[in-house]
Design a protein around this ligand. Structure first.
Ligand SMILES: [Zn+2]
Ligand SMILES: [Zn+2]
Length: 84
């Protein structure tokens, strides 16, 4: 049994809409790559993938930076890892 991030492993595409304009957000990669430029935990939100595994996954979440290509706004979201 293992937990793997569906985005890091390309199991699924991110399907979240920008709260401002409704454009689909784009995965910009793992949040760890952005530490230099961002204060990543200011606006953190927990995200459940539509068909993800519903477990208590607090320790099995992968922070990703998602950006809106229209607003150029980016935020950090916790992506639930899947039990494989
Ligand atoms: Zn990931
Ligand atoms: Zn937007």
């Amino acid at each position: 049994m293992a937990f793997e991030c569906p985005l890091c492993n390309s199991y699924t595409a991110i399907q979240l809409a920008c709260s401002t304009c409704g454009t689909n957000l784009l995965d910009q990669g793992r949040e760890a790559d952005y530490y230099d430029d961002y204060s990543p935990y200011e606006s953190i939100e927990s995200v459940r993938m539509a068909d993800g595994y519903s477990v208590d996954a607090k320790e099995h979440e992968c922070p990703h930076v998602l950006a809106c290509p229209s607003c150029m706004k980016s935020d950090v979201y916790l992506i639930e890892e899947w039990m494989i």
